[in-house]
Design a protein around this ligand. Sequence first.
Ligand SMILES: C[S@@+](CC[C@H](N)C(=O)[O-])C[C@H]1O[C@@H](n2cnc3c(N)ncnc32)[C@H](O)[C@@H]1O
Length: 308
Amino acid sequence: MPTRIFLTSGDLMADRRYDFARDLQLKGDLAGAADLLLQATELAPNFVTAWFTLGDIRETLGERDAAIAAFRKAWAGDPDDRHGASLRLMRLGAEPLAEMPQGYVKVLFDQYAKRFESALVDDLGYRGPELLFRAVLSVRAASRKPAFFNRAIDLGCGTGLVATAFAREVDHFIGIDLSPRMIEKARLSGFYAELEVADIVQGLRGRLDASADLILAADVMIYVADLAPVLIEAQRVLSAGGLFAFTTETHGGDGVILGAGLRYAHAAAHVRASVEAAGLTLSLLEDRSARTEDNIPVPGLVAVASKT
Ligand SMILES: C[S@@+](CC[C@H](N)C(=O)[O-])C[C@H]1O[C@@H](n2cnc3c(N)ncnc32)[C@H](O)[C@@H]1O
C-alpha cells in the first residue's frame, strides 16, 4: 500500500510538468517522465513530490546513484518526510536503518483509513487481532488465570479491529494511534473508552505505572525498528501479571531489517532478547503469519511478554 501524495511546488508550470510526467509514467514511458520531472525541478528546485517521483523512476530504471540523489532532495525539502524518501534511501543502502518518519506513517494511514478494513482483511487475509486473541487466551489458560482484563491499551489501534476481537474480555479499552483518520474510525466502532492521537511510545509515557493489565499491538511493530523503547514503557505501564501481546513480521537472518514492502521484520532471537532486556518474560513466541502478499503468507511472529 504505497502512499501517493502531491505537495504542490507553488509554481503552476512546474505542477503541470509534473502532471504530464505522471501521465507518461503511468503509460510506461519512464525516460520521458524523468525528463519532464527534471524540467519541473528546474522550475521549482524544492518540488518535493517531483524529486520523490524522479527517485522512484530512477530506482525502477536501475539508476541507483541518480535515485539516491533524487530521494535525498525529496527528504531535504520536506523534513516531515511525508513521502518516505528516507525509507527508500534505507532500502537502497544509502542510509542506516532508522525509525520510520512519523509524517509518513500518518499520511499512509490517513489515506488508507476509509478502505483499510476491506483492503487488509478481505484482500490480504489479515488476522492480526485473531492471532493476539488466541495467544493471550493460551497464555492465560496455561497459567490458570481468567482471560479478563480491567484496562487494556491497544497500541496502533487503527480502525478498532483489536478492540472488536477482545470486546468481551476487556472492561476499559484505550486506543493510541498516530493517524487521526484511523482514530476517527476507531471512535465510530464504539469499543474504546479513551482514544489518543499519539506515537505509541509517547502515548505509553503519558500513562501511570502499573495502570494496565493488557497491552496489545497487532501489525504495529512492523512500523517500529527498535522494539526497546516500546517494551520498556510497556513493562512500566503493566501491572504485575499483566501481558503485552504483539505481532511482528520476521526473517531468517539476524536483528531488524526493512523489507521490500517498507515494513520492518524482526528476527525471532532479536524479539526474545529485546523482551528479556526490558525486564519482561517471554511467555509465548510462535511463527504465525498475520497476512498474505501475492497470495503467499508473510513470515511473522506472535509474542506474549508477561510482567512477573
Ligand atoms: C496495519 S495497521 C493495524 C491496525 C490495528 N492494530 C489492526 O490490527 O487492525 C497499523 C496501525 O499502526 C499505526 N501506527 C504505526 N506506527 C505507529 C506509531 N509509531 N505510533 C502510533 N501508531 C502507529 C498506524 O497509524 C496504523 O493505524
